[in-house]
Design a protein around this ligand. Structure first.
Ligand code: FEC
Length: 309
């Protein structure tokens, strides 16, 4: 038996190579392979982001390593051992739990690298982790959300301030556009906290950074034939341009890494549309292994370990 507490750090996952995109996409689509056109579309998006690599993998690796160091500093080496578990790529969530079991871990805590809870995002990760933990005889608790943790809000508000400074003389004119991954609109019927939590994070950052001009928009909706939460960022930018807005700082609040949905959907797609509409678009720097983000994660884990629910 290993008396350490296992920490399952969960993230979305990304392909290992361009050849691997089809397997990854099929997993996201719950086993239904994409059409040739869908596959080509996704592959070409991966090709066009920074160097055609998959930055989410490296970023998740550095986040897990940084959280391990932070927990070692706060609780002493060996008290907590971090394992990685990805939603749509290896090492899968189940692999992470199995690795804990192989090390003799009996107690574990799960945390997802996204701050807000939705039954369709964090809920999905946690269900898989909990099921595998039960199979492996591991007692498992999960951090549901940390969307208002003071360290997270402070880290993001600093990035907003720094992003606004880039507008120079136009700074006072700039609008902060908070964004997050859309989800199918049916979550609204489930009383899901996702939208409220995203707005709460956005409001807290705006207050901390002293920003008065801000709005929230969705991004990266899927094409599933069902309605998704809107308005989408491309519609919002079009409307803002019609209202005469010229400077926009996009501030993703549900993403914590540089990855496809940031480097393509914002930096390439939304920026191109903005340029066509005469808007200067800037984006905050993503958190990646920001020490304050690591402090927020570590505090959430320790809070749960010391008797939280
Ligand atoms: O860089 C990368 O390789 C991965 C970037 C990536 C992140 C991400 C985060 C979230 N997703 C969420 C929900 C959905 C739902 C569907 C869906 C589909 C995709 C596809 C790709 C993709 N997602 Fe994703 N998501 C990322 C990438 N996502 C690629 C498939 C093709 C496409 O639409 O572009 C629809 C599934 C279906 O077909 O039924 C729903 C949510 C998040 C944010 C929370 C989190 O990080 O877990 C929610 C990063």
């Amino acid at each position: 038996v290993n008396n350490a507490i296992g920490v399952l750090v969960m993230s979305y996952g990304t392909p290992e190579s361009l050849e691997d995109v089809e397997t990854y996409y099929t997993h996201i689509r719950r086993g239904n392979p994409p059409s040739a056109a869908q596959l080509e579309d996704l592959t070409s998006r991966y090709r066009s982001i920074v160097g055609g690599v998959f930055p989410l993998r490296e970023n998740t690796n550095i986040q897990v390593a940084a959280l391990q160091r932070t927990l070692d500093e706060l609780a002493g080496e060996g008290a907590y051992i971090c394992y990685q578990g990805l939603k749509h790529a290896a090492p899968y969530i189940e692999d992470g739990v199995a690795a804990m079991a192989a090390d003799g871990i009996k107690n574990a805590i799960g945390i997802v690298l996204t701050p807000q809870y939705s039954i369709m995002s964090v809920g999905g990760y946690m269900k898989r982790a909990q099921e595998e933990a039960s199979k492996q005889g591991i007692a498992f608790k999960s951090v549901q959300e940390y969307h208002l943790h003071p360290e997270l809000i402070d880290a993001l508000s600093k990035r907003v301030t720094e992003g606004l400074d880039r507008f120079g003389e136009q700074r006072a004119d700039a609008l902060v556009l908070f964004s997050a991954h859309s989800l199918p609109a049916k979550i609204l019927e489930m009383n899901d906290p996702y939208s409220d939590q995203l707005l709460a994070t956005s409001r807290a950052i705006a207050e901390a950074a002293g920003v008065e001009k801000w709005q929230f928009t969705w991004q990266s909706a899927g094409q599933t034939g069902q309605p998704w939460l809107g308005p989408d960022i491309l519609e919002t930018l079009t409307r803002l341009s019609e209202e005469g807005v010229k400077n926009v700082l996009v501030t993703p609040v549900g993403f914590v890494s540089d990855h496809l949905e940031v480097l393509y959907d914002i930096d390439i797609e939304a920026r191109k549309l903005s340029e066509e509409h005469g808007i200067r678009l800037e984006r905050i720097r993503m958190l990646n292994d920001d020490p304050q983000y690591m402090a927020a994660l570590a505090a959430s884990v320790l809070g749960l370990a010391h008797g939280g629910t």
